[in-house]
Design a protein around this ligand. Structure first.
Ligand SMILES: NC(=O)c1ccc[n+]([C@@H]2O[C@H](COP(=O)([O-])OP(=O)(O)OC[C@H]3O[C@@H](n4cnc5c(N)ncnc54)[C@H](OP(=O)(O)O)[C@@H]3O)[C@@H](O)[C@H]2O)c1
Length: 227
């Protein structure tokens, strides 16, 4: 049976994706900043692991814990993210961007490099990058979302998309999928999202389960997303 590590699995899309994969018999390592608060649903093999994606020591300790517990992983889901600075573009300073970049861009890079050796022990390693249509230059310049009022979040997801393209092109042994969950009611948007969390996890779960590829796609629950 397969094993996945999901970052940001304490709540929102991460915890539901963990439950859905575990319900299929998977072992899921649920990366959380506060693992002691994680309530493991009965009958599911979900194991909370302390993991702050912005902290080298935390990530290194998580690698050791996961290796000791399960040896390797089949799927790494880089899901943890935050909204970050919400001032207008004209008023945005570097400090308004820094926290979102630390979490949404440098976090997945830190976690991916650290966990690649464990991922590469799988027969078919899969890397799932949880992005957003707000990171799509096409979507953002063709009016679908209007003029987004902030720089931080969309630009981190655009950066994550390009980093993911780089992984897809340079890691021939790893199936890389970028997913857009779609606008989903979670804490991230004060539950204003129009999809259920179940719907929001469809693309994440599908990417985790898929072993055929091809690598380097940007997908939502309906199909391809424009970059
Ligand atoms: N909801 C949407 O409409 C939507 C749409 C498109 C894309 N997405 C993407 O989907 C993913 C999940 O979003 P969500 O809606 O589930 O958000 P959420 O409910 O706000 O959950 C965010 C998760 O990220 C974790 N996290 C934040 N900073 C972290 C850090 N430094 N280290 C480890 N974990 C950290 C949080 O942990 P704590 O509990 O410790 O804070 C929480 O588990 C994100 O990548 C988001 O950008 C969401």
């Amino acid at each position: 049976m397969s094993t996945a590590l999901i970052t940001g699995a304490s709540r929102g899309l991460g915890v539901v994706a963990a439950r859905r994969l575990a319900a299929q018999g998977w072992t899921v390592l649920a990366g959380c900043r506060e693992p002691s608060s994680f309530v493991v649903p009965e009958g599911l093999d979900i194991r909370p692991v302390a993991l702050d994606v912005t902290d080298d020591a935390s990530v290194e300790a998580a690698v050791k814990e996961v290796e000791d517990a399960v040896g390797g992983i089949d799927v790494l889901v880089n899901n943890a993210a935050m909204v970050g600075g919400t001032v207008t573009p004209a008023d945005t300073g570097v400090e308004d961007l820094r926290e979102a970049y630390e979490t949404n861009v440098f976090g997945p890079v830190r976690v991916t490099r650290a966990f690649l050796p464990l991922l590469r022990r799988a027969e078919r390693p899969r890397l799932v990058m949880v992005s957003s249509s707000l990171g799509s230059l096409t979507e953002m310049t063709t009016g679908r979302w209007g003029n987004h009022p902030h720089l931080a979040y969309p630009s981190t997801k655009a950066a994550l998309n390009m980093i993911s393209v780089g992984y897809a092109q340079s890691l021939p042994d790893v199936l890389v999928t970028v997913v857009n969950p779609g606008y989903t009611a979670t804490d991230l948007n004060d539950h204003q999202g129009t999809q259920t969390v179940e719907e929001g996890t469809d693309a994440i779960v599908a990417a985790a389960l898929d072993t055929a590829g091809p690598s380097g796609r940007f997908l939502d629950r309906h199909g391809a997303v424009a970059w």
